[in-house]
Design a protein around this ligand. Sequence first.
Ligand code: EPU
Length: 419
Amino acid sequence: MDEILINGGTPLNGEVTVSGAKNAALPVIAATLLVGDRFEFHNVPALKDILSIQDLLADMGADVEFHDNTFSIDTANLSHFEAPYEHVRKMRASILVLGPLLARMKRARVSLPGGCAIGARPIDQHLNGLARLGADIVLEHGYVEASAEKLTGAEIYFDLPTVTGTENLMMAAVLAEGQTVLRNVAREPEILALAEILNQMGADIAGAGSSVITINGVKALKPVTAAIIPDRIETGTFMVAAALTGGEIQIHKAAHSHLKELILKLEKTGAEIDCANQTIRVKGNAPVNSVDVKTMPYPGFPTDMQAQFMVLMAVAKGFSVISENVFENRFIHVSELRRLGADITISGSHAMVRGVPELSGAPVMATDLRASACLVLAGMVAKGTTRISRIYHLDRGYDALEKKFSRLGADIKRIPAQT
Ligand code: EPU
């Protein structure tokens, strides 16, 4: 397996361009299952999760091509309506095929995702919602077997806001008969982006981006060509990198309106931030002030930025509390950060971070996607050499992150696996 080797201590300076958002591309690609025709998406990031959904849809019979960030797919001749365990265990977001398959093909068979490193992550809200639309759901042999002669609009109240749950229900309801009202839904920008593309396809969705979404079912949808929105978590990772290394980075193709809470917190740490059109400039200043954060569903502080922000607090002046409110086990990076000299204590869903003057390089292991990004950031500020193993987690969700950091001046390289 590839590893990443970093010699820390260099401030990052220069310009970088953000890739398209993984978590916006995945549902939009799944939505092509609603129509048997050819779609083209631009600005699709070249990363492992996109290759995973490409393989999944190809196995169902879709004709898929992906190069130069353009994803073309023809879903006319689907032969299997199934997401098998081998796919779902690699990528939980495979669950996103459930809603659209059920809506178009009247049936779907999707492996239950099970837990993952960051939490139990049940899908009860997806299944309850689909049942409310009239689907017959059976759980058998580790699979969700769903079928419905017809889906009928209904009022659905989510117990908690779920991102992929909201997306699945939106995709199922667009072809249902009558009106569906989804209440207490997630409000992430990726949900609005999906709704906009579904509306371009001919759907009738209102309210996406707020906590109530109303969908009037339509008879049929048509294919579209569309672009994927910028990745707010990749953007945030570069913003933290500038603040952390005391450098200055201009981040292009960035949507600052999606990052308001992170911007406020970074400014409190002492970073200077200017936003203009699609560019964010971040300048890091010493000392870094300690700031508390609590992760919350959007528009709160993103759980997907918690690990990266923790690195900044690990070298800040003072003491901060980082509370994780979205996933129950998203502190696995803490023990690796401690190996680099961080002073962090966990109590339940809170991490108490006492800033230290410097981190020191060491071999560490990536445990999930955002934890990997946090270790890369930590390695870039640590004194000496940090070697990160299991970086396949990083490759799942970042498009050439080490190359982008290298162009900003980091001493970072990928060591290919010995064959
Ligand atoms: N939940 C339930 N029941 C459900 C669904 C969710 O209890 O039926 C709980 C989860 O266990 C969790 C909370 O609700 O505690 C929120 O989970 P959510 O369903 O919103 O997460 P997700 O849709 O599985 C997406 C992103 C994640 C991101 C979360 C939260 C995609 C493909 N994934 O996951 O992204 O962390 O929303 O913002 O959009 C990542 O990119 O690294 C990543 C993990």
